[in-house]
Design a protein around this ligand. Structure first.
Ligand code: NDP
Ligand code: OXD
Length: 311
């Protein structure tokens, strides 16, 4: 690989861990952490969460843009040159974190933990029936790198699992549904719905009243996609009406929610501050280095974004 600059613009502490991996594995590359860009003309590769302003003019020789996270909705795709490859983060650390978070959320809903919390606060000792995992139907929206990994673990717990995506997939032990025609059947059999869809024009506002109405009454929701996919007023109405039982939300719009927002103190909403998963510096840097080698060899990079689909 020719000497060049790899610029990193995200959390600086984690960037220093990327830098160590680069120093060891790709010493000919000058790894720099924003705002220390050096000579902008030397920057061939950029990894960013929030892109620098005027990317195209600032770095005229940029060849690949990496997202430092799994999502790419933070980029204005229309403003990027159509030929500039954009790569999302597909790395074992972020996948593992998401599997942990969703397993925890689904197990909590399955074992009625929100209800026991409310009972504790009311001073009630009231056992509820324990259902086996095989009698609980989990549905995951999105069968990408995260959705499939989550489903593999949920299948191991013995849950009755289904997934939904745009195109058809096969995942062992999972009923896979696809497209608009498969959505109704998928929702009608889902007791706990997990959203792992990317944010695109097609998924903005997707988690709203028409979708909730197709779930069995009292279904649970785990939202780990992106805040703008959820119609807040529809969630509140569905919880109020009992159409949804409880919701676990890791993402909101905006983040953080303003003080006094109805979600903060809602008895049927559990909020976490967008921590379901995080890119892990060591494994992420290794995956990016592997992608740089692929790029140089003219091979397809892992996580290359389809600019038409937007994910
Ligand atoms: P992928 O791109 O690998 O997978 C996306 C999946 O969603 C694919 O199965 C795709 O279908 C499906 N999909 C996309 N659009 C539609 C649509 N309109 N209708 C039906 N299915 C659709 O993404 P990842 O699994 O890596 O990540 C998913 C998202 O998770 C990220 O975009 C991000 O928003 C979120 N995330 C949240 C984190 C958190 O901490 N809360 C951390 C990391 C990610 P197909 O397979 O047919 O293309
Ligand atoms: C991501 C995220 O997309 O943390 O990586 O949400």
């Amino acid at each position: 690989m020719q000497p060049c600059t790899f610029l990193y613009k995200s959390d600086a502490a984690r960037g220093r861990q990327w830098a160590e991996v680069f120093r060891e594995r790709l010493p000919m590359v000058d790894f720099r952490i924003w705002p220390d860009v050096g000579d902008p003309a030397q920057v061939r590769f950029l990894a960013a969460w929030e892109p620098p302003p005027d990317l195209v003019h600032s770095f005229p020789n940029l060849q690949v843009l990496f997202s430092s996270g799994a999502g790419v909705d933070q980029f204005d795709l229309a403003a990027l040159p159509p030929t500039l490859p954009l790569v999302r983060m597909v790395e074992p650390g972020i996948i593992h974190g998401m599997v942990e978070y969703v397993s925890h959320a689904v197990l909590g809903l399955h074992r009625d933990m929100p209800q026991y919390r409310r009972q504790q606060q009311a001073g009630q000792w009231q056992p509820l029936p324990v259902r086996p995992a095989s009698a609980r139907r989990i549905g995951v929206l999105g069968l990408g790198s995260l959705g499939q990994a989550v489903l593999r673990r949920l299948v191991d717990f013995g849950f009755d699992c289904a997934g939904w995506s745009r195109s058809s997939h096969e995942v062992p032990g999972v009923q896979c549904h696809a497209g608009a025609e498969g959505l109704g059947r998928f929702l009608a059999r889902t007791d706990i719905l997990v959203c792992l869809l990317p944010l695109t024009d097609a998924t903005r506002g997707f988690l709203g009243a028409p979708l909730f109405a197709q779930l069995p009454r009292g279904a649970g929701l785990v939202q780990v996609g992106r805040g703008p996919q959820l119609v807040e007023a529809d969630l509140l109405a569905a919880l109020e009406a009992g159409q949804l039982g409880d919701a676990v939300l890791d993402v909101t719009d905006p983040e953080p929610l303003p003080a006094g927002h109805a979600f903060w103190r809602h008895p049927r909403i559990q909020l976490t501050p967008h921590i379901a998963s995080m890119t892990q510096p060591q494994s992420a840097a290794e995956v990016v280095i592997d992608n740089l080698r692929r790029f140089e060899a003219g091979e397809p990079m892992t996580g290359l974004v389809d600019r038409i689909k937007g994910y």
